[in-house]
Design a protein around this ligand. Structure first.
Ligand code: SAM
Length: 289
């Protein structure tokens, strides 16, 4: 027990969340970022990179289920999926639950995060490392999407915030690179921060999406660790129908996929595109450029 030790999240100027630390399980500095893993009585194991919470065993299911299942079930026939970032491999675990996916490529810049998460987060990512469909590439995601000959049905950007190595994953160049390696009718989903605290991040990404894709928008999920209200998940595709798949179709696909989930339901999927007014206004602002 690390008596009295506290880790503070330093992402937002003017407000900080402090986590009581029971035990420091691991601490290191990789070529790319500072990493610490500790236990907290509410959230279980907490991973921070450069002082910013990335994942906790307590609420990872909300973020990973909503980011993976919404685009995959909206698409309905995804075979090739790309994850950019996602070092803890929780996103890969959710995506690989879809038996129709033939290959899941994950491009992560920091091998240390993957190695360490494989050892420490087996409770949610263990199946990934036994799955022949999992193809891990250690590289910068922006460079990968600019250069690859591969094409994907769904691209999931499970990035850090726009600071440090993750900054490039919020640029127009990166979103254009994703567009170039999406198959026709494919869809991009991004973690786009908590709009109440990071409004400009959403406006900026939607602005870039709008300049490249035929359809740009966002959907929401409330994830306790990413405090401050709903998190926005950015959405870009050349197929506007994917954002409006009927509840009946979603129920059919969800049932056929045989998924066991704790947050995602087809009803939650459909409702997640109904945005609170202030978030809808940010999306509109982004679309207006
Ligand atoms: N769910 C988390 C959140 O929203 O806070 C993100 C978790 S995941 C651990 C983020 C991952 O993105 C990290 O493992 C980090 O190394 C990776 N990453 C950051 N920049 C990257 C880049 N340019 N290319 C590929 N991966 C990157």
């Amino acid at each position: 027990m690390s008596q009295g030790l506290i880790f503070a999240e330093t992402l937002y100027p003017g407000v900080q969340v402090q986590y009581d630390c029971e035990d420091v399980l691991f601490q290191s500095r990789s070529e790319h970022q500072d990493l610490v893993l500790f236990t907290n009585p509410v959230f279980g194991k907490v991973l921070m990179l450069d002082g910013i919470t990335q994942v906790t065993t307590g609420d990872e299911f909300i973020y990973h289920e909503m980011m993976a299942h919404v685009p995959i079930l909206a698409h309905g026939a995804a075979r090739e999926v790309l994850i950019v970032g996602g070092g803890d491999c929780g996103m890969a675990e959710e995506a690989l639950k879809h038996k129709g996916i033939e290959r899941l490529t994950q491009v992560e810049i920091d091998s240390a995060v993957v190695d360490f998460s494989r050892e420490q987060f087996g409770e949610f990512n263990a199946p990934v490392f036994d799955d022949d469909r999992f193809d891990l590439v250690i590289a910068d995601g922006a460079r990968f999407v600019a250069e690859t000959d591969r094409r994907f049905d769904v691209v999931l950007v499970d990035s850090t915030d726009p600071d440090g190595p993750g900054e490039v994953l919020f640029t127009r160049e990166f979103y254009a690179g994703v567009h170039r390696c999406l198959k026709p009718g494919g869809v991009l989903v991004t973690q786009n921060g908590v709009p109440f605290l990071q409004p400009d991040e959403l406006v900026s990404s939607i602005g870039h999406f709008t300049s490249i894709y035929k359809d740009a928008g966002a959907y929401i999920a409330a994830i306790p660790t990413y405090f401050g209200g709903h998190m926005a998940l950015g959405w870009a595709s050349d197929n506007p129908d994917l954002r409006r798949v009927s509840l009946e179709t979603l129920v059919e696909r969800f049932t056929a996929a045989g998924l066991e989930t704790r947050y995602y339901t087809p009803e939650v999927h459909a409702a997640a595109f109904a945005l609170p007014r202030f978030i809808r206004d940010l999306v509109e602002k982004g679309r207006a450029g």
